[in-house]
Design a protein around this ligand. Sequence first.
Ligand code: 5GP
Ligand code: MN
Length: 349
Amino acid sequence: MLTKIIDQNKIDHFEKWLENGEKFVIVSHVSPDGDAIGSSLGLWHFLSLQGKEAHVITPNAFPDFLRWMPGTKGVLFYDSMRAEADKLIAEADVICCLDFNVISRIDEMGDAVLASPARKILIDHHLNPGDFCKIVISHPEMASTSELVFRLICRLGCFDDITKEAAECIYTGMMTDTGGFTFNSNNREVYFIISELLSKGIDKDAIYRKVFNTYSESRLRLMGYVLSHMYVYRKHHTALISLTEKEQSRFNYIRGDSEGFVNLPLSIRNVICSCFLREDTEKPMIKVSLRSVGSFPCNQLAAEFFNGGGHLNASGGEFYGTMEEAKQRFEEAIEKFKPQLLACYAEKK
Ligand code: 5GP
Ligand code: MN
């Protein structure tokens, strides 16, 4: 049995929208990851089975390693299909906002979502949800939004309506947001849910291979390059990796090629914080990704130094300036956070 973490009144409220609404739009965050697409498609399969006209729209494309997921062919990208997407958003009865907390996370699509008269529901696990939705199902203690989608469908009494395809999508989101159940994954109910998903006939080993073992040769070489240029701040138990635009073009970089790189330095003994700086090829900025282990709040570092935020152990932000300046800023940040880094390191030992 699962704990009933979602308030009953929110379930009842959404159930009414399900009874009355016909046109559903599901939106998720920019540069969608496995949980964004997994939770969105999991809900999409369910809504479609209920006879609803449902569409998933993301601000831009998702990485190739998610393309196998059932239902991806129908996903619309706002940056390249704007007219069609605007119409669907404007005419929707219900808009489901998945896996993001603030409207800025869906870029320009946010204006269209805010302007739409549709009823809106947020289903998310990031801290500090904004108040742009009527129903807010926000559970930062959950490891993934996909898990929340599973819980929501079950609480609607519709476990039987979770198809194998939906189960594959939900499992993918749960797996990717926990690094293959290697972090944020101590909640025993996660494994109960996996067991339920297995009962739908999913092949979890095959899903792992499809998501994690589909690297291109150039991605693996890029990884080798990035790691060989990694800098370790031993006194701060921190590692830094980076990728300039020039380096990206040298390795024929395509979107998603550096997905997960930020986690790699955490496999070094004694490193508890990792940072990845990547020059964006579209905007004049450096994307900052941060990861930590234990109690070190990398979201605080992201908020204070990179105008960002996120989770305790996975956060990000942006930096406007050169790569050298971004590195200097990061060095200032870890110097300021040195007491917390040392405290967390001592805890871990
Ligand atoms: P990633 O490193 O995978 O891009 O992001 C990890 C997490 O950090 C995301 O799930 C999100 O919560 C947070 N995050 C990433 N970039 C930003 C940003 O620019 N602003 C804020 N507020 N959070 C971010
Ligand atoms: Mn997520």
